[in-house]
Design a protein around this ligand. Structure first.
Ligand code: ZN
Length: 418
C-alpha cells in the first residue's frame, strides 16, 4: 500500500456505514425519495458537519457540503456523485464518489491546506431511475435542464415536484449554477476493463450517448396447427432474426475506434399462446455510442433492416429517448493524468457506457470523471464490489488534482494589481 494523505480506513468505515443504511433484508438498497434515502442523507449531513463543511440543500434537492475558499472571486470546485441506489445493488455505485469527495475535504482540513476556490462536496438527488421513471434529477436541476413537466410526474399520489420539496428542495426556484469552475466525479467503473488490464484508474474522456428505440413488428396471428408453414406471417420469427442481426452489427461496430453497444432488453409477443402463431412483437433497443455520427449511422442501419423484413411483416419504429454523447473536459483529463502519475497510479483513458451526473454538470462547467476498478465488472447487483484501497488511491489522485487545479487557476486567474 502506498503512503497516502487520504485515510483509507476512514473511507472504508464510511462506505460500511452507508451500506448498513439499507432496506431491511435487502442488500444495499437506498432508493431515492424513500425513508431509507433520507436516513442516508441525515448520516451524510452529520459527517459533512463533523468534517467542518457547511451542509445545505439547494433548490434541486442536492445535499451540498461547503468549504469556503480564500478568494470569493475564484469560484467553486465541486466534487461528488450520488447516494441513491438501484434496488438490490449500489453498495459502491455513486456513494463511493460522495465519500471520496468528503475524504478529500477532510484531508485538506487536516493538512491545513487552504484553497482559493470554494470546495463543494455534493450528493446529487436521484441519479438512478427513480420511482418516477426518470433519472439524474439533481444534476439536471443544477444544469438548468430539468424538464418542467417532469415535476408533474406522479407516483402513488405524490408528484415529483412534491417529492423534491419533501427532501428539502424547492422546484419553483432555479438551481442553475454559474460559479462552478470544475466538477470532478469519482465512480466505480461498473465494467471489467480496468480489472482485466490490471490498471488502477480510468480517466473518462466521454460519456456515451444513449438511444432507446422501440420497434413493433406486426404479422398475422393464425392457428398453430392448421396454418401451413409456407403461409404464415410469424412476427416472432422475423423479430428473432432482427435481434440476432442487431447483436452481430453491434459486435462489428464495437471493434471500431469508439465505444459502442446495442442491446434488446425488452421484448414481448402477442397474443402469447402456445397454439397461436405470434402476430405482434414489441422490442426495445438500448444503443450507446461515443460519437453522434456513429449513432446516426446505426439508426440508419436499423431503418434499412426494417425495409428487408419477410413478406407479410410490417414494422414501426419510434425513438423513445435520445441522449447525446458528452465529451468531458480535456484539460481536466490531462490534470488527472498528471496527478495519477505523481501518485504512482497506473491509468488509461476510457469512455463511460453508463450515464452519470457528470454528463449534466458538463453542460455548465468543465467536468471530468475518474473510474476505479469493479470486481468482475459487476454492478447494479449485490455482487458489486470495489476494494477500499483502490477507492482510496482514487481519492488521493482526486485530492492531488484539486490542489493542482487550485494553484493553476490561481496563476491563470490572478487578480490584476491596479
Ligand atoms: Zn452511479
Amino acid at each position: 500500500m502506498r503512503n497516502l494523505r487520504v485515510d483509507s480506513h476512514r473511507i472504508g468505515a464510511d462506505l460500511d456505514a452507508m451500506a448498513a443504511i439499507t432496506d431491511p433484508d435487502r442488500p444495499w438498497t437506498r432508493r431515492a425519495f424513500s425513508p431509507r434515502f433520507d436516513m442516508g442523507r441525515d448520516w451524510l449531513r452529520e459527517r459533512f458537519e463533523q468534517a467542518g463543511l457547511r451542509a445545505s440543500l439547494d433548490a434541486g434537492g442536492n445535499l451540498i457540503g461547503i468549504r469556503a475558499g480564500t478568494d470569493p472571486e475564484a469560484g467553486t470546485i465541486m466534487l461528488g456523485s450520488h447516494s441513491d441506489t438501484v434496488p438490490d445493488g449500489g453498495r459502491f455505485d455513486g456513494v463511493a464518489g460522495v465519500i471520496v469527495a468528503l475524504e478529500v475535504a477532510r484531508m485538506l482540513e487536516e493538512q491545513g491546506i487552504q484553497l482559493r476556490h470554494t470546495l463543494e462536496v455534493v450528493d446529487f438527488l436521484a441519479e438512478e431511475v427513480s420511482v418516477f421513471g426518470v433519472s439524474c434529477i439533481g444534476s439536471r436541476a443544477i444544469a438548468g435542464v430539468l424538464p418542467p413537466d417532469w415535476l408533474d410526474l406522479v407516483h402513488e399520489g405524490r408528484s415529483l415536484g412534491q417529492a423534491i420539496r419533501d427532501v428539502g428542495g424547492d422546484p419553483s426556484t432555479s438551481a442553475l449554477r454559474h460559479d462552478i469552475r470544475a466538477f470532478l466525479e469519482l465512480h466505480i467503473e461498473q465494467g471489467p476493463v480496468l480489472e482485466a488490464e490490471g490498471i488502477d484508474l480510468g480517466i473518462v474522456t466521454a460519456i456515451a450517448g444513449i438511444e432507446r428505440i422501440e420497434i413493433v413488428l406486426t404479422g398475422r396471428p393464425d392457428h398453430a396447427g392448421t396454418a401451413p408453414m409456407d403461409r404464415r406471417s410469424d412476427a416472432l420469427v422475423a423479430a428473432a432474426a432482427l435481434v440476432t442481426a442487431i447483436d452481430a452489427e453491434a459486435r462489428t461496430r464495437a471493434q471500431g475506434p469508439g465505444h459502442f453497444t446495442a442491446t434488446v432488453g425488452e421484448f414481448s409477443i402477442e397474443p402469447g399462446a402456445a397454439n397461436v402463431v405470434p402476430g405482434r412483437v414489441r422490442m426495445l433497443i438500448d444503443a450507446r455510442a461515443e460519437t453522434r455520427a456513429e449513432m446516426e449511422d446505426f439508426l440508419r442501419w436499423i431503418e434499412s433492416q426494417l425495409t428487408m423484413l419477410p413478406e407479410g411483416i410490417t414494422a414501426e419504429s419510434r425513438l423513445l429517448s435520445d441522449n447525446r454523447p458528452t465529451p468531458l473536459d480535456g484539460a481536466l483529463a490531462a490534470q488527472l493524468e498528471a496527478a495519477a502519475t505523481d501518485c504512482g497510479a497506473s491509468h488509461r483513458r476510457m469512455v463511460s457506457g453508463a450515464g452519470h451526473d457528470a454528463a449534466f454538470v458538463a453542460k455548465i462547467a468543465p467536468s471530468i470523471m475518474i473510474f476505479v476498478p469493479s470486481r468482475d465488472g459487476r454492478s447494479h447487483c449485490p455482487g458489486e464490489f470495489s476494494t477500499t484501497s483502490s477507492i482510496a488511491l482514487g481519492a488521493e489522485v482526486l485530492a492531488a488534482a484539486v490542489i493542482a487545479l487550485d494553484m493553476q487557476k490561481g496563476n491563470r486567474d490572478a487578480p490584476s494589481t491596479d
